[in-house]
Write a protein that binds this ligand. Sequence first.
Ligand code: GTP
Ligand code: MG
Length: 465
Amino acid sequence: MSNPYGEALGSTLIDRTFREKIVLVGVTLPGSTEDDTEAGLDELELLVDTAGADVVGRMTQRRTAPDHTWFIGQGKAQELKMLCLAVDADTVVFDNELHPAQQFQLEKLLGRTAIDRTAVILDIFGQNARTPEGKAQVELALMRYRLPRLRRGKGAKLSQQRGGVGARFGGGETKLETDRRQINRRIRALETELRQLAETRSLQRKRRDRSGLAEVTIVGYTNAGKSTLLNRLTDAGVLAQDRLFATLDPTTRRLSLPGGEPVLLTDTVGFVRRLPHGLIEAFKGTLETAVTADLLVHVVDSSAPDPDGQITAVREVLAEISADDVPEFIVFNKSDLARDVADDLLADYSGSVAVSAVTGEGIDHMLATLGDRLRSLDTVVELLVPWDRGDVIASIHREGQVVSTVEGEHGMTIRARLSDASAGRLDEWLVSKSPEAASNTATEVAVKQDESMHSSRRRDGGSND
Ligand SMILES: Nc1nc2c(ncn2[C@@H]2O[C@H](COP(=O)(O)OP(=O)(O)OP(=O)(O)O)[C@@H](O)[C@H]2O)c(=O)[nH]1
Ligand SMILES: [Mg+2]
């Protein structure tokens, strides 16, 4: 553990020299229900298991606000201490995000490590990072997590106590301050390294852009079957496991669609509810493949406890990385495990398809639809949607790619690239349909939306750079 990455991992989180015993704590705050808390703890249990530890107890509490000292109330904190003693727990994991001060107070009271969901996710990412970029991204997230949590060790004193004015000139620096400075230095080094990697990648992308191939990125909740799907479609040989966050580093393969046209298909890191913001921030480089894609294949596990909730969670992360305006194609996977659920979901999500990446069922239809969706990106339709139909406006944004919008008296005029199927469904609002080049009518005065971003996604070569 002498390299910085090993040290970063070794000093924060779960001990893996043995299987730690863990007690989970969930607090129901206003705006969420007890069921939400239980579902959150079920998922946290899976995360803890993936991290390599065992859950031996659970505790929940409803509160109007977190207690500022222990997050839970004082009485509950005492109860938690008793529970930890009874089950001989090593660590307590909160599903809610703990402030560093709360974490410190809890550890003092409980006499054990107290961490939160963010730390568990960081820990799993740390174990699964393989490439230099993946490792640098995880280490950056870990360092940023650790920085506000550094504490004065028990016997910490001023290392060279001089007192008086001398202290002001750095003579009286504590170990804490030295640690802080070292971490800050490491953070800056990692940021530089990642920036350089991003520049290299953007050069590679420019080269690929010139190849004119459509770029399709597979996104979705962790364990939805993204890697299995890529393997099924391209023999990529990517690691696919019944394990959360098995994939961290993106893999791109060439795929020929039924019509023969080749596309580039990328499998990337999975998402989870409340994915730590610091991790998203650090993984910007990896997640960029979603932002710059022509189309996102959003893989959903139909057999998961709450597929709708997972779709929402994925869309939230996509919004956070500004990939929410990339057209989305929903694929309900694992239909072999949950046929009926998949059928219900197909009815709820227009334009979606159901497949089994394991049995191959539905794959041909999926590929045909994928081809249709990609071709449709070249056709622009114009729609006039009344103001009271926010739902229609939202579905245009989701299913297609909005080129421009104009706010008018009767509603919003939207020009968008939409698939034939989507355009057919939205027939009622359709004003005109035309190939890309001939579509400069009333929308000349449009409030253009980030033109450069959209043109860079166009497969016909755009004109952005
Ligand atoms: N029964 C069934 N199992 C599937 C299907 N697709 C994937 N799986 C299983 O689901 C588990 C997760 O699959 P992965 O392909 O690793 O999922 P992922 O979305 O890449 O997950 P992460 O990379 O960890 O985010 C594996 O055990 C797969 O065998 C499917 O269609 N049917
Ligand atoms: Mg994967």
